[in-house]
Design a protein around this ligand. Structure first.
Ligand code: ATP
Length: 760
């Protein structure tokens, strides 16, 4: 047990702290970095150079120093840094700390995993220390993170570096039940680490919540917090903060938008982009691979990848929560031989945190939405980042792959691109992201679709999950802004549905409308060579690039590597192939004929052909009339049962036959309705019970396309919609909601009738 410090000791401590603060202030003011300069351009202090106050009343130069020990930092901070083995500074720390310590606003940009967290945690601690901030002063600094997991991680770093300081700090994130306790204590906290939604909730609901004296505002992943997803929240937050404050913004993909920065009222900010001159925008030790994978082969490819990388820690990104849930559940049932986990914004907070910690500790495969794309520093290095679905933009790509190859460790990533998404490559190259093409070995591909189909039969709930995954993925593509890359009409929808194990392609209203309009325009497409060429290109490139699969064993370590390093030339040539294909496509259909491909003119035609094949009864002779129509059922029966022909064609008998059929149909219809009513009723009861139990995790039907945050406000919005929308098709959702109400009324009426009849 710690003995309470004596009064005398406390007094002495105070005096020495005051002396230290005075020294630090003089040191910082003595030789600050020039405004607009990057301290990285200054030579570091020689190893044995004296540090701090010098004998002639001067101080050593700290701008440009490369070790924490050479900086005007408090002993408490220096001790903690040393204990955590932080000795030499990273580039972004060298560049931004001198400006931040001097009190300037900073916009810091540096590659993922390059140590930006310390670049803002240290100035926050030092500022409050030098201001002698205490419990009675309330909120002194607010650090905002876009996701809960990242906020939790920042809190952990703060606990490490600030462990000798006496500040109180709080983690305010959505999904935690102890909001009332937070409200009671939030005004006593000195440092708040929060997500925008929860902070705003306190600003709105906590009596006397006061941050009018706060000194430092930090936005980690600043570009994300400043983008439209958080616009309203951030504007409301900023409006309640004092104008006189220091603001620090950090991200691997920094915003330079004047409008964004104007919202924050920055004062002559220092823009420090330490890797701007670098040849690549991603970590140098990161090996990045791109493979072209048709949509209907993505799961085969992913499954094969997992099976051939059982010793790796792998992070898999998918576009939507429903995809994550489906792939996780399905693959889990197929027992790949490595633990699987999933993380998405619709999970309960405790579960999210638990999964995050488990993945930090253990070798496993984590399926995730973009909720894990930014900032997270998984303790034991992630070996592979697999992007099954194309990220919405380059920034998103950079953050996702940045979960591996952090600080000084290496890592690998692979991106599956659809043939229609090839333009993404140009964007990556333009942003200095060095990617290599790879053609893993076809023979090692382990198809999983048939296994999924059997799973869906065995577990009926999996069918529902597969449908949701299917629909939400298409919707995620549909709502993307960049239509040059993301075009839902270019997707092989039926094949994709089959690849998930679905027996039939689910109906999607928004897509049906699109297809209809495409059918109308098909006529003109057929006479417009340019557009039809596009289709040709799609088919040709698919055929040519389809030949991908994974190598076996870890030793030949990932098929990817073998093909890549063993034959750099081959990679190059495949890349060239790809580029050539674009040209080839522009040369029109003639070229594809040369290639020996039978290329359908449009997808619509292909689909029609498929339909006929699917619905035609196998092994039965189909009789067509002269116009090519099949004969009506009765005529067919008459044809096959020649003995009864006369009877069935007799008008009275025919009428009788039709009457019986009608009755049978009515009966079947009635039964179906009853079953359906019962199903809906059970579903409603289930939902009510879930609501009562406060279970927010499952079946939130507005899918989280961005896969982000799961912040409190966002969740509240979703919860609301949950009451009304309960199906994937927009139309279906509304229908079901309305039918649900009518059924309830009907049931009440029925109950009343029953009661009356009992009393009478
Ligand atoms: N000076 C340092 N010395 C040693 N390790 C460091 C130093 N600074 C940071 N690190 C380590 O580097 C890793 C990455 O740091 P951090 O999470 O701050 O990166 P980041 O730049 O914020 O990445 P992201 O852009 O993905 O958010 C962490 O494990 C951290 O402990």
């Amino acid at each position: 047990m710690r003995r309470p410090k004596s009064r005398e000791f406390r007094k002495q401590e105070r005096v020495s702290e005051e002396e230290e603060i005075s020294l630090l202030n003089s040191w910082i003011l003595f030789q600050p970095p020039d405004s607009g300069s990057n301290p990285m351009s200054l030579p570091p202090l020689p190893k044995n150079a004296p540090v701090g106050p010098l004998h002639d009343n001067t101080y050593s130069r700290y701008a440009g120093a490369s070790r924490f020990a050479h900086f005007p930092l408090s002993k408490k901070t220096k001790d903690a840094l040393r204990e955590a083995k932080f000795v030499a500074m990273t580039d972004i720390q060298r560049a931004s700390l001198p400006h931040a310590l001097y009190g300037r606003d900073v916009l810091g940009a540096a590659k993922t995993g390059s140590g930006k967290t310390l670049a803002f945690i240290i100035p926050v601690l030092e500022k409050l220390y030098r201001e002698r901030w205490g419990p009675e002063d309330g909120v002194g600094s607010i650090i905002i993170s876009p996701t809960r997991e990242l906020a939790g991680q920042l809190f952990d770093v703060l606990k490490v570096v600030g462990k000798h300081h006496n500040f109180s700090a709080g983690l305010l994130i959505g999904g935690r039940k102890d909001v009332d306790m937070e409200k009671e204590r939030v005004n006593e906290l000195n440092i708040l680490i929060c997500t925008p939604g929860r902070l705003l909730q306190h600003m709105d609901e906590t009596p006397n919540f006061d941050c009018s004296q706060m000194q430092v505002l930090v936005l980690d992943e600043a570009d994300r917090i400043l983008d439209s997803g958080f616009k309203k929240e951030l504007n409301a937050i900023i409006s309640q903060l004092p104008k006189r404050r220091q603001t620090l913004l950090f991200s691997a993909t920094q915003t330079k938008s004047i409008q964004d920065l104007a919202r924050l009222s920055l004062k002559d900010p220092e823009y420090l982009s330490v890797h701007e001159e670098s040849v690549t925008a991603t970590p140098t030790l990161l090996k990045q691979i791109v493979m072209v994978v048709p949509l209907d082969e993505k799961l085969d490819m992913l499954w094969s990848f997992i099976k051939t990388h059982l010793q790796s820690k792998t992070l898999v990104f998918l576009s939507t929560c429903k995809q994550v849930k489906f792939v996780f559940e399905a693959f889990k049932k197929l027992h790949p031989g490595i633990p699987l986990k999933c993380l998405h914004g619709r999970m309960k907070q405790e579960r999210r945190m638990a999964i995050y910690s488990e993945f930090c500790e253990k070798r496993s495969v984590l399926f995730s939405t973009d909720v894990a794309a930014r900032g997270l520093d998984f303790n034991k290095a992630v070996d592979w980042v697999v992007q099954v679905d194309c990220p919405e933009n380059v920034a998103s790509y950079i953050h996702r792959v940045g979960r591996t190859a952090r600080y000084k460790s290496g890592g690998k990533s692979v991106l599956f691109l659809l043939p229609s998404e090839i333009q993404m490559l140009e964007k990556l190259k333009a942003a200095k992201v060095p990617v290599h093409f790879n053609k893993p070995r076809q023979e090692l591909l382990q198809p999983v679709s048939s296994l999924l189909a059997s799973l869906l039969v065995k577990y009926p709930d999996m069918q529902h999950r597969a449908q949701r995954a299917f629909i939400t993925y298409l919707r995620s593509i549909h709502i993307q802004k960049n239509k040059d890359i993301f075009d839902v009409m270019k997707l092989p929808i039926d094949k994709y549905s089959a690849s998930l194990g679905l027996p039939m392609t689910p109906k999607i209203r928004f897509l049906n409308q699109k297809i209809k309009s495409k059918v109308v325009s098909t006529k003109s497409i057929l006479v417009e060579p340019e557009d039809s060429n596009k289709e040709d290109f799609l088919e040709v490139s698919r055929k040519k690039l389809d030949t991908v699969a994974f190598n076996d064993e870890e030793t030949k370590n990932d098929l990817l590597q073998v093909a890549d390093t063993a034959n750099e030339g081959e990679v190059k040539s495949s890349e060239n192939d790809l580029l050539q294909l674009v040209d080839t496509a522009n040369e029109g259909k003639a070229k594809s004929a040369e290639l020996g491909e039978i290329v359908p003119a449009t997808r619509v035609l292909k689909k029609k052909k498929l339909k006929i094949n699917v619905h035609r009864p196998l092994g039965t002779r189909v009789v067509f009339d002269e116009e090519g129509n099949t004969l009506p059922p009765l005529a067919r029966i008459a044809d096959t049962q020649s003995g009864k022909e006369a009877m069935l064609l007799d008008p009275e008998q025919k009428a009788e036959y039709y009457r019986r059929m009608r009755d049978d149909l009515k009966k079947a219809d009635k039964e179906d309705k009853l079953i359906e009513r019962q199903r809906r009723r059970e579903k409603r009861i289930k939902q009510k019970m879930k609501l009562k139990a406060g279970n927010t995790e499952e079946e939130d039907d507005q899918d989280d396309i961005s896969g982000s945050e799961g912040d409190e406000t966002v969740n509240r919005r979703h919860k609301k919609s949950k009451l009304y929308f309960d199906s994937d098709s927009d139309e279906g959702e509304r229908n079901e909601a309305t039918t649900g109400t009518v059924t309830l009324e009907e049931q009440e009426a029925l109950a009343l009738k029953l009661l009356n009849s009992m009393h009478s």
